[in-house]
Each structure stands twice: as structure tokens, then as C-alpha cells.
Design a protein around this ligand. Structure first.
Ligand code: IPD
Ligand code: CA
Length: 274
């Protein structure tokens, strides 16, 4: 039987070594091609993915969905590894210290079948891990989402990068009411900040999220107590395909989740001109 925990920790450790080496190089943001998901591939993306795939190479009949190399191994496999070798590549290239590796394992063809997950902060080594039905942990200690229910006191991650104008306008009621709106540029790691109670929600309704950025942190968040849905409140059910793009709202608890969804449904505010 596969020891997923051991494999995932080994893969994350190997990526950590690659990231350390690459970050010491002068051209840390060097582009070496275009990945299967359509984004530019940096040296570190390519090398990190190679380490992960080598770590998983002994697993029989494994489907892999990975940002750079794409989808292979067969859809009838029992397990699927969903990999973002480096989430926050743009931060990595600019030496902004916020990026991670993200690997989720599903048993079945739905995100809700996520069974094992690891996200490792490659700047400080903090490692988030989850197994379905078990508590999520950070560096071996259990983590829990926050119990904040007051929007006015909340710290909420909101990804507005390349969002369409209409999306930004729809987010205005929420942005104007939270205590702090934050976004650091690596959504998997930002979901882990929510999972450990540092932020109270993470909202990405741009319709640009990919399964590779989401699968691992989804399980880590869910097992730590987070609630996930689409922006209209329905179940989050993205297809496990590299081409899939979607949006979601993830919150620390059901009460604040309901309030956030309510704010997203509010009428467009009129623009005040001075
Ligand atoms: C990106 C980051 C970023 C988000 C982008 C993602 P990448 O992942 O998570 O925060 O705004 O949509 O693509 O490209 O660094 O793996
Ligand atoms: Ca990436």
C-alpha cells in the first residue's frame, strides 16, 4: 500500500531543495517555456515538477494533473495527483517571499474525493498536511479555522488579479466592509493561512482558479473547519481537468460564509464622484 504521507513529505522536501538552489541564482525568474496550463514555465517550475514526479514514480496506475507537464497516466486510475510545483511563481521570479508547493491526491474523480494533501511554504518551510477525515496540521500540530463571525473585524483574502471590471464592482460591498483585504500572490498558501485561523476567508470569484492551485489547500482547509462553495452558495464541483477554470468562496465558518455570500449578492453600489 502507498504511504502517501511519506511520499508527499519527500516530494515537498525535494522541491524545497530545488527552490533554495534556484533562488540563489541571478536569473531566478528565467522562463524556459510554456506549461501545459498555458502559463510561462520558470526554471524552478520545471525542476520542482521533475522532483515531484520522480518521488511519485513508484506509485502504480497513477493519474497526474500537473501545471507544466499536463494530464497523463489514465483517467481510470484509482488515485490522481494534482500538482502545482510552485504556486506563486511570479513572486518567486521577483524574490517576493511568498510561494509554495502544492500536491493534492484524490481517490475518485471529484474534488470532494480529495484524500491527502500537502502545501509547503518554500520560504520558511512551514508544512501543512491533511488526510481526509483527520485534523489538518501545520508542522505536525493540529490547525483550526477562526471563529470570527463579524465582517467588520475580518481579514479576508481577495484575489483581484486580472479580474474583470464587473467582478471588481461585485466585490465592492465586501471589500468596503472587511477590516483588511489582503492578497499575497500564491492562492494555495493563502488558503492555508485561512485554514490555520490567520485570515477569516479567501475569496476568488474571478473565474480563473485552476484545479492545480486549489486541490491540496481545499482538503487542508476543509479538514480544518473551512466552508467552501461557489459565489452563489452551491457546492464547489470543478472538473478535475487542467483546462477547468472556476471561482469560489472559502470561509472559516458557516456564519461568516453566509455573510460573505450575502455581500456578494448585494446590488451594485453607485459610484460616488467627487
Ligand atoms: C497563481 C497564484 C496567484 C493567482 C493566480 C495563480 P501560479 O498561481 O496562485 O495568486 O492569482 O491565478 O495562477 O501561476 O503562481 O502557480
Ligand atoms: Ca505554478
Amino acid at each position: 500500500m502507498t504511504d502517501w504521507k511519506e511520499l508527499l513529505f519527500e516530494a515537498a522536501e525535494r522541491v524545497q531543495r530545488v527552490a533554495k538552489k534556484s533562488s540563489a541564482e541571478r536569473e531566478r525568474g528565467r522562463v524556459v517555456g510554456i506549461g501545459a496550463s498555458g502559463d510561462k514555465t520558470l526554471v524552478v517550475d520545471r525542476d520542482a515538477e521533475k522532483e515531484i514526479l520522480e518521488s511519485l514514480s513508484g506509485v502504480p496506475r497513477l493519474r497526474v494533473i500537473s501545471e507544466e507537464k499536463g494530464d497523463f497516466g489514465g483517467k481510470d486510475s484509482e488515485f490522481t495527483a494534482i500538482i502545482d510545483p510552485i504556486d506563486g511563481s511570479s513572486n518567486f521570479g521577483r524574490a517576493i517571499p511568498f510561494y509554495c508547493v502544492s500536491i493534492g491526491i484524490t481517490k475518485g474523480s471529484q474534488l470532494s474525493n480529495a484524500a491527502y494533501a500537502i502545501v509547503r511554504n518554500l520560504v520558511n518551510g512551514d508544512t501543512y498536511y491533511a488526510e481526509r477525515g483527520e485534523e489538518s496540521s501545520k508542522n505536525g500540530r493540529p490547525i483550526r479555522t477562526s471563529s470570527e463571525t463579524d465582517i467588520a473585524e475580518s481579514v479576508v483574502g481577495i484575489d483581484l488579479s486580472r479580474a474583470e471590471e464587473g467582478t471588481i464592482i461585485a466585490l465592492a460591498p465586501l471589500v468596503s466592509k472587511v477590516k483588511r483585504q489582503v492578497h499575497f500572490g500564491a492562492n494555495a498558501l493563502e488558503l492555508c493561512l485561512m485554514a490555520e485561523g490567520k485570515t477569516d476567508a479567501f475569496v476568488d470569484v474571478r473565474g480563473k482558479m485552476r484545479i492545480v492551485d486549489t486541490a491540496a489547500a481545499y482538503l487542508i482547509g476543509r479538514e480544518a473547519g473551512a466552508v467552501f462553495s461557489t459565489s452563489s452558495g452551491s457546492e464547489l464541483k470543478p472538473a478535475l481537468e487542467l483546462e477547468e477554470r472556476f471561482g469560489f468562496v472559502a470561509s472559516a465558518n458557516a456564519t461568516i460564509h453566509g455573510k460573505i455570500l450575502g455581500l456578494l449578492r448585494q446590488e451594485r453600489p453607485s459610484v460616488r464622484r467627487s
